[in-house]
Write a protein that binds this ligand. Sequence first.
Ligand code: 2NE
Length: 270
Amino acid sequence: RNWTKIKEYEDILFDFYNGIARITINRPRYRNAFTPTTTGEMSDALRICREMEEVSVVVLTGAGDKAFCSGGDQNVKGKGGYIGKDGVPRLNVLDVQKQIRSIPKPVIAMVNGYAIGGGHVLHVVCDLTIASENAIFGQTGPRVGSFDAGFGSSYLARIVGQKKAREIWFLCRQYSAQEALDMGLVNKVVPFDKLEDEVVEWAEAMMKHSPLALRMIKAGLNAELDGQAGIQELAGDATMLYYLTEEAQEGKQAFLEKRDPDFKKFPKLP
Ligand code: 2NE
């Protein structure tokens, strides 16, 4: 496949093929652990994915055949967070999680190896996960002095159930791709050399469907779980659709023409 570069970064690759934007964490030396630079770049790339009309589906993956992402880079973990080039401790992977949930396009985690710690949470928050047979899943927080009590816990529990989520966090075990499939944590497992083909096939299948319908379904599934922030997303989509109607245009037009609006002519469907 002829993937073309969208933008050059330090820690990630960002490329495009046939409606699909692919974000690859490119730190294989550290099992694709992220630093504040990595997550800052991922945020920037996700912002571009949201804005780019040509992008219909986003794929998140890791470079090489060993890891999807091994979470926060322990070399830069300091007091108060992960310390970036500016010397400030941050947890900006949380912004990336929120962006993955709120971007109005499907996001597929293409898990090509270890998805561990904060790297595991990244796949959890993606809409779909396709894994290769060598993929390994798990949380390590309580073992290494960390935890994610946000999406990494509550959304995980929505996926695998409360007992299993507590097992995953309390015992910090590793799970095979097959075990992850059995607990509903991933959508499909394929041989490593078929991973990209499978992901592209799923992306192309979704691209045959109405993007607005997919957007509303994603917002609706999120809204049930995300409280007011989730309702805001769904409400924003409703406002966008309303702005496409003549009825909404009439309100603005009347204001600009300094006359009373005539809303009577619009249908009140049952
Ligand atoms: C990922 C895993 C299981 C892979 O094991 P293996 O045996 O395949 O590789 P190895 O030898 O452990 O790792 C290869 C190199 O990558 C580095 C290692 O230190 C090693 O370096 P050298 O010895 O060759 O110099 N490496 C791997 N993961 C790293 C990391 N996260 N940070 C820095 N260097 C890393 C195994 O490597 C592993 O268990 N990694 C640690 C996983 C982990 O505990 N991650 C942090 C969880 S906390 C978190 O991510 C988090 C959160 O809980 C809340 C908010 C934000 C983040």
